[in-house]
Design a protein around this ligand. Sequence first.
Ligand code: HPA
Ligand code: ZN
Length: 315
Amino acid sequence: MYEWLNALPKAELHLHLEGTLEPELLFALAERNQVKLPWADVETLRKAYAFNNLQEFLDLYYAGADVLRTEQDFYDLTWAYLQKCKAQNVIHVEPFFDPQTHTDRGIPFEVVLRGIQGALKDGEKQLGIRHGLILSFLRHLSEEEAFRTLDQAMPFRDAFVAVGLDSSEVGHPPSKFQRVFDRARAEGLLTVAHAGEEGPPEYIWEALDLLKVERIDHGVRAIEDERLMQRIIDEQIPLTVCPLSNTKLCVFDHMREHNILQMLERGVKVTVNSDDPAYFGGYVTENFQALYEHLGMTKEQAQRLAQNSLDARLV
Ligand code: HPA
Ligand code: ZN
């Protein structure tokens, strides 16, 4: 089944580039940039990838990102991910990057962007993978800081298709960023947002009504609100679901309890994505494989999920 799933043409719509930093590359970049790491070796670091919730993961994810310093580092990170895509027949990617994770450490916005963009362009030319880049705001930071990041991005407006919202969800509702998203839309950018991963269904309503998102990232808690379910079915609002992420971060206790196929059968436009594959144990095909192994996903369901990902592209 793995080979069959791997060969399905698919798009990845929920992927944090910083979350593709494999421990081997992390150590190699630390050496290249002479960054001292708190972990003795790759194995010790991998052992630390055990999380009880989103925040425990984020603490490690931001710590790991500290090795990314130069344009070449961001190029190498993105290029390694694109090679994975090629190997898994991911033909289109709409990755997120978190500029604030880097600018707050003194790395210029354009260093980050040029590295990522260079690899995405080479990926299109050399691997035939199409892309649309999404600038994601860190929701635990202030509205003012998000505005400042948007201002930094505007000279490079054409590099992006959309803005997004990630990081610690509970306590940082979409409404906090309504004005930032209004400005982004006025600049012609589309919008997406993480909502309903750990946060309540109300956050999904806010993302739709206030941020006017094209897709909901995660959104698995929509199932707790029947009126919301009806809306996302009626309006065919895509959910970018990340099964391995959800089990690693204890959103579901076990893959057997994941609701993605239940949603699919109710007519929700759900897609399968890897979120932060270096941290959660697999790329897109491994996420499909987990649904086959633990939820009995059929080939017909896999085809519908893959088709949904192609249909839910922004570009
Ligand atoms: N949720 C919120 N923020 C994130 C995630 C996630 O799954 N991955 C990287 N940043
Ligand atoms: Zn995510």
